[in-house]
Design a binder for this molecule. Structure first.
Ligand code: CAA
Length: 391
């Protein structure tokens, strides 16, 4: 890769509670196989009262700073990508900037582009670094809450979480290159300001995603030896899209099945437990992919796979897509050793369907909750949202 820039480290925040799709299927009187096999989901993370996009994003950002050892004063650009903001004018980034103790000489803003917001943030952060050699670090935070409403078709594809990316020169984790772009004005999924939930044309949104993915992959010479990491609204969609990408490589059905299992599924397995996290989704999939490389899931291939390149495909409804190419740095495992998100997901607390419905109805503060984060949302006064450090 030409430019020695990319992601120095990644840290995530997973909400402390989840809903099992088995419980949801029982409550909705739907065959659970539709959720497990038809959509590919088993659990979804549900944020409680104290977990909004600012507290989740700040928790991911704090972990990023602590694990990377980077001084907050060296962050010169902070971008928050989200489509779940509580305010139309004040950027969430200003609150996160203050919670993390980043200095005042920092460029701080939000980007909205559905599920691709933070990914446009990442390529902008790379451009920012390349424009001036005195700049040290950028932080890009992806934080979202995917909620479609009780009983909606999208209900089993909800989720929540945040991911923070540290962008630098000579990155210790992954070098990143923008490979292809796509943009097309469509109404497949959108969130009018006065609507409580997104409006989504489910089947059409899938077609739009597929068109964007194929358009991007057709613009490059695809290397079938890479891992493929996708924005994952639900794993079954990624499986379908990947089969189409395999067609570009002239694969037969059995080759496609094996390629998917080997090069895509480890990332999807992880997403099937957290659900859709919109702009953070691609990065949770990447964490799943890298964790599985390290965990010995393919232990006999571990050495051979360690330096394999990756494609990162990001899709944002509306629509826009970016295909990035990533190459692991020599000692990427040193930073990846911090990843233990599968274990963290396993430690979450299950919610009953009744409590989940109370949370969605806005009565989340009444649910007794455990909070493992360092920051929490503590309520609003005079329309100003307040956050506490709970350590
Ligand atoms: N056993 C096994 N499979 C079953 C089954 C059973 N008993 N019952 C149904 N299925 C299968 C169906 O055959 C179908 O499979 P195919 O897609 O292969 O045909 C699958 O389960 C889903 O069933 P339906 O098509 O009936 O599903 P639905 O009408 O309930 O809607 C959905 C599914 C469109 C994904 C809906 O959950 C939704 O609207 N989700 C939100 C939109 C979304 O995620 N879009 C993705 C692209 S947009 C994007 O990427 C941005 C973003 O993040 C939002």
């Amino acid at each position: 890769m030409n430019n020695d820039v990319g992601i120095d480290h990644i840290a995530a925040y997973i909400p402390d509670h989840f809903l099992s799709l088995d419980s949801l299927a029982e409550a909705r009187k739907i065959d659970v196989k539709k959720y497990h096999d038809g959509i590919g989901v088993k659990e979804m993370s549900i944020p409680t009262y104290s977990e909004d996009i600012v507290s989740m994003g700040a928790n991911a950002g704090l972990r990023l700073l602590r694990e990377s050892g980077v001084d907050p004063q060296d962050i010169g650009l902070l971008i928050v990508g989200s489509e779940s903001s509580e305010d139309r004018a004040k950027p969430d980034a200003t609150l996160i900037h203050s919670l993390l103790g980043i200095g005042e000489s920092c460029r701080v803003f939000n980007i909205v582009h559905a599920c691709a917001g933070a990914n446009y943030g990442l390529v902008s952060a790379i451009d920012w670094l390349l424009a001036d050699s005195t700049r040290k670090y950028a932080m890009v935070i992806a934080s979202d809450i995917a909620i479609y409403g009780i009983g909606s078709a999208g209900e089993p594809t909800q989720g929540a979480g945040a991911v923070a990316l540290l962008v630098s020169r000579s990155p210790r984790l992954l070098r990143i290159k923008e490979a292809a772009n796509f943009s097309n004005n469509v109404y497949d999924f959108w969130r009018p300001l006065k609507e409580p939930f997104p409006i989504v044309k489910g089947v059409y949104s899938v077609q739009c995603y597929l068109k964007a993915a194929l358009s991007c992959f057709k613009k490059i010479t695809v290397n079938g030896g890479y891992d493929f990491v996708y924005h994952t609204p639900y794993p079954k969609l990624v499986e379908k899209v990947h089969f189409e990408v395999c067609s570009l490589l002239g694969m037969e059905l059995d080759e496609k099945i094996n390629h998917y299992k080997d090069r895509v599924q480890p990332a999807n397995d992880f997403s099937s437990r957290i659900g859709n996290t919109y702009t953070a989704s691609l990065w949770f999939s990447l964490l799943g992919c890298l964790e599985s490389r390290l965990s010995g899931m393919h232990s006999n291939e571990k050495e051979a796979n360690a330096d394999r390149g990756l494609y990162l495909f990001s899709y944002g409804s509306g629509s826009g897509a970016i295909l990035m190419e990533a190459s692991p740095s020599k000692d990427w495992g040193t930073m990846a050793d911090y990843f233990n998100y599968s274990e963290e997901a396993a430690r979450r607390i299950p919610l009953s369907v009744e409590d989940y419905e109370k949370i969605l109805s806005g009565a989340g503060a009444e649910i007794a909750e455990f909070n493992s984060g360092k920051f929490c949302y503590s309520g609003s006064e005079n329309h100003q949202r307040k956050y506490e450090y709970i350590g």
